[in-house]
Design a protein around this ligand. Structure first.
Ligand code: MIG
Length: 634
């Protein structure tokens, strides 16, 4: 492991225990500069090299052939043309004749050209010349990953119940609706452990409040849910509503805990409640204060949270809006030719998440005034850290579930992440699968995507197929957006099939949780690309739609509409385990090679490695009832 320092990098606290700085000239990468960038790193790649990593991003497990940018963005359109999603995970692993790990630790922007301009060139460019670069080489991919993960520290450990099934919706509007959703699951025998509360549980979208009209019985709701073994998991948004008389806002304002404009005034942005201020999560004192805010819900018995809008997502800034309002009237007169029309249109569409806004406010980070864009990618990390540190202070003996939308490496020690606003598209089911190993490498083990898809309209078959993948991901949550079809499994004709698949999840929890714990304890993965486990198998190295889950089983989900089976590649002899719903109905040993395997809707196929075993629990309605000692072994 080597550590190089370029310029004067801002500390991220991704790495807590740093190896000494290497003073030799860097040999792993060529260091240079370009017209546009003061600092670049490049290397020649072999034709056969695979590049793993970059965590949360679009496209393949092998990242080669595209350009990625670390710039945390609230963008609900995760299409192939995107360069960034909500996170910056600047770790790459080049796998070929050599196994080389690279970590670029900087809170600013980084561009990764992974064979995009020139297929055989990896070029990393930085708009600022400040970065710490860690390089590590070993005899295998997994050994490189182990070294990297050791460097960044142990991943967050979620409670066992967080491996249960969760139901979410933007939003369940009243506590009655919440009760009804839970009761329906219980009545129909569909297992459930978590019910998520989206922004409408809040009073006027104010953090650390509950709506007195629609959730007036919040305390009773929490305890009634506890009796049902249901954990309520409320959302927390980053922006704090500006409102006189709202105590949390007033305290933040009085103590100077909000991000400031260049004149030292609180910077005003728009989120759900309208005008808001942004807590300065990077300031130690403000961070402790924001974390203490969670006490309001912890005191009510809440033990799960999801942190949202922490890129931070900005609907607008007051500063920018003032300019827009001033100019907008002028477009009412005269001809809107192509140029003026687009000027007008762009002015409107660029109100949200505007880059100029990110350059217009400041943090007090370690005693220094730092402009936001220089530390942009840390905001979600430090919000989530604020909560985690507060839990350690306030409820040291409580196991708390938490995951965040935005993240940076380092945050993996404090919480998980979910994969953001995907859509009810088949391509996003496959993207969910591909992201799992990339995230695992970067330390994010407790993760999953919105099952069934968040935006757009799901279909019954997509729901079934997505659940058939989701039963393997630590976070197994069904979530959908306002305005989309209701997505609870009991809304569909095929509810019995879906129920069977969810029951199978519960049967798998002992296996999954031990694989998860092992990945934490041994700095390894829970979801492996085949190439990492069978590195000498040239076919396995190219498989992008199958994964090993833990050390014992392989999965090969269906991700195409109307498919009734698929080709599965077995790198070695394996036993096909076919589950029809929760029941194991077939065990067929298959030789290594390609096989067409039938997988009708409702069947879940797993492939057990030769000489390995899989443990199965009995079906239960919630993790609290799970019998971890009486397992069946296959
Ligand atoms: O962009 O709180 O990713 O899960 O339902 C909308 C409303 C804001 C984004 C989250 C999504 C959540 C939604 N939020």
């Amino acid at each position: 492991m080597r550590r190089y320092v370029f310029g004067h990098p801002i500390e991220t606290e991704a790495v807590l225990e740093k190896p000494p700085v290497t003073t030799d000239v860097m040999t792993e990468l060529q260091v240079g500069a370009s017209e546009e960038f003061p600092l670049t790193f490049s290397m020649e790649m072999d034709e056969d090299d695979i590049v793993y990593g970059l965590g949360e991003n679009v496209r393949g497990i092998n990242k080669r052939g595209w350009l990625y940018t670390s710039h945390n963005s609230d963008d609900p359109n995760h299409d192939e043309g995107k360069h960034s999603l909500y996170a910056s995970h600047n770790f790459l692993l080049i796998s070929g004749k050599k196994h080389l790990g690279l970590f670029f630790d900087t809170p600013g922007e980084v561009l990764f050209d992974v064979g995009y301009q020139h297929y055989n060139q990896l070029v990393i460019s930085l708009p600022e010349g400040d970065v710490e670069v860690y390089t590590m080489e070993a005899d295998s991919d997994l050994e490189v990953i182990r070294q990297f993960r050791h460097l960044i520290g142990k991943s967050y450990r979620a409670p066992k119940w967080a491996f249960g099934y969760g139901q979410c919706r933007w939003s369940y509007m009243t506590s009655d609706e919440v009760r009804e959703v839970v009761q329906t699951h219980r009545k129909m025998g569909i297992p459930l452990d978590m019910l998520y509360l989206d922004i409408d549980y809040l009073d006027a979208y104010k953090d650390f409040t509950t709506n007195p009209k629609t959730f007036g019985d919040f305390d009773a709701l929490v305890s009634d849910m506890q009796k049902e073994h249901i954990h309520l998991v409320p959302i927390i948004d980053a922006g704090v509503k500006m409102e006189d008389g709202y105590d949390f806002y007033e305290e933040g304002k009085r103590k100077g805990y909000f991000c400031k404009d260049e004149n030292g005034e609180d910077f005003v942005v728009g989120v759900w409640p309208g005008d808001c201020c942004l807590p300065d999560m990077l300031n130690d004192e403000a961070r402790a204060w924001f974390g203490d805010g969670y006490k309001f819900l912890l005191d009510k018995g809440i033990d799960g949270f999801w942190n949202d809008m922490n890129e931070p997502a900005l609907f607008y800034s007051r500063k920018h809006l003032a300019e827009v309002f001033e100019q907008v009237g002028s477009f009412a007169e005269g001809n809107l030719d192509i140029q003026r029309f687009f000027e007008f249109k762009d002015m409107m569409t660029q109100i949200s998440n505007n880059e100029e806004d990110y350059k217009s406010f400041y943090h007090n980070y370690k005693g220094q005034k730092i402009r936001h864009d220089k530390v942009h990618n840390l905001y979600g990390y430090y919000m989530t850290r604020s909560a985690s540190e507060a839990f350690a202070r306030l409820v040291p003996n409580r196991e708390v579930l938490m995951f965040s939308r935005s993240s940076y490496i380092g945050m993996h020690r404090y919480a998980g992440i979910w994969q953001g606003d995907n859509k009810s598209w088949w391509s996003h089911l496959l993207m969910n699968l591909k992201m799992m190993p990339s995230l695992n490498m970067c330390g994010f083990l407790y993760t999953g995507a919105d099952l069934g898809g968040f935006g757009d309209q799901t279909t019954e078959d997509l729901m079934i197929r997505w659940l058939s993948l989701g039963i393997f991901t630590p976070l197994m949550r069904n979530h959908s957006a306002m305005g989309t079809r209701m997505q609870e499994v009991y809304r569909f004709d095929a509810v019995e099939k879906m129920k069977g698949i969810i029951q199978l999840r519960y049967r798998l929890i002992p296996y999954l949780y031990q694989a998860y714990e092992k990945a934490i304890n041994e700095d390894t993965m829970m979801f492996y690309p085949l190439g990492m486990v069978y590195p000498t198998d040239a076919i396995a190295r190219r498989v992008e739609d199958q994964l090993l889950v833990g050390d014992d089983v392989m999965i090969a989900p269906i991700y195409e509409q109307n498919a009734v089976g698929r080709v599965v590649y077995l790198p070695e002899e394996m036993t096909l385990l076919r589950f029809r719903g929760a029941e194991l109905v077939e065990q067929t040993p298959l030789p290594a090679g390609h096989h067409y395997v039938e997988m009708p809707l409702g069947d879940v196929c797993m492939f057990l490695r030769d000489g390995h075993q899989l443990q199965l629990a009995r079906i239960v309605d919630s993790v609290a009832d799970l019998d971890w000692d009486n397992l069946t072994f296959v």
